[in-house]
Design a binder for this molecule. Structure first.
Ligand SMILES: NC(=O)c1ccc[n+]([C@@H]2O[C@H](COP(=O)([O-])OP(=O)(O)OC[C@H]3O[C@@H](n4cnc5c(N)ncnc54)[C@H](O)[C@@H]3O)[C@@H](O)[C@H]2O)c1
Length: 271
């Protein structure tokens, strides 16, 4: 009998597989016997994979070139690459949202019925309800250049960091696209981790402050989530085992959001 959690016979595409969560996912996909793994990244991955396409996801022409080189079928697409606000706002929005969307839509015809798209979002995007009108306006633009022009003009007025806004876009895009996709038999979900023990955390410490990150960790369960713990949830959402899960932004935060929502988080450490 086929293991519903496994990847035997599946062809997979992973963005951001060089380090952190993506590298842990490559290790896991090897353990789960994925048939073929293509990695898109600016840096070459050292973990197991079959094809590496050097791709700068901030560049739409590079994304299109990668799409043209990918041999389907693609049973699972993991849009995992991401950058922090140490990069310019245009780069953050391009890598974290625009490339994710362009790849998803560009590869959709190659994803067979029963396939899955899994996005790495973040708890940083969980405040999307307070910006929903603006988020829908941006999502309606569809176009890469128009979206960046909108960001140039409007983001400062919203008083939200580009990284947070990019992850809000990913969460709302995940929900919006899940309906048309599932009508073609393709599920779309995201994972929303709290701070992860990866190289990117140093960038978050630089842009959000040590105080905010340390407070978040101490108000969670006292430790960071590991890349492998996030990769295991990604792998679940890409596998047959989650066959009726669609349009979900799945928190991987050890209950931090639940505690926030029910008024159990102590904000005095942030005073
Ligand atoms: N680290 C955290 O605390 C945290 C928390 C929540 C969500 N996330 C998200 O997890 C995902 C994985 O990040 P990570 O923490 O493993 O960080 P990481 O820096 O280890 O991995 C990011 C990967 O993306 C690649 N990448 C960066 N810019 C790129 C570009 N322009 N084109 C192609 N590839 C590019 C990097 O080379 C790297 O392999 C990201 O989407 C990030 O936003 C991270």
């Amino acid at each position: 009998m086929t293991n519903p959690f496994g990847y035997s016979g599946k062809r997979v595409v992973v963005t951001g597989g060089a380090t952190g969560v993506g590298a842990a996912l490559l290790d896991l996909l090897a353990e789960l016997e994925a048939e073929h793994v293509t990695v898109l990244d600016v840096k070459p991955p050292s973990a197991a994979h079959d094809v590496y396409l050097e791709t700068d996801l901030a560049d739409p022409a590079a994304v299109d070139a990668a799409i043209a080189k990918i041999d389907g079928p693609v049973h699972a697409l993991f849009n995992n690459a991401g950058v922090a606000d140490t990069m310019p706002p245009r780069t953050v929005i391009a890598v974290n949202y625009l490339a994710l969307r362009r790849l998803s839509e560009g590869l959709l015809d190659q994803i067979p019925e029963g396939g899955a798209i899994v996005n790495t979002a973040s708890t940083a995007g969980s405040q999307w309800p307070s910006h929903l009108e603006a988020l829908n306006e941006v999502l309606d633009l569809e176009d890469w250049a128009k979206t960046l022009a909108w960001i140039d003009t409007n983001l400062t007025d919203l008083d939200v960091l580009p990284y947070f806004f990019s992850k809000e876009l990913v969460q709302v895009y995940t929900m919006r696209s899940s309906r048309p996709c599932v009508r073609r038999g393709v599920r779309t979900n995201s994972v929303c981790p709290s701070p992860i023990d990866t190289p990117l955390l140093a960038d978050f410490r630089a842009t959000m402050s040590d105080k905010l990150i340390d407070w978040n960790v101490s108000e969670t369960n006292g430790r960071l989530v590991t890349p492998r713990e996030v990769a295991m949830v990604l792998a679940f959402l890409g596998a047959d085992a989650s066959g009726y899960v669609n349009g979900v932004n799945l928190l991987v935060d050890s209950g931090f959001t639940a505690a926030m929502t029910t008024g159990q988080v102590d904000f005095s450490g942030m005073a």
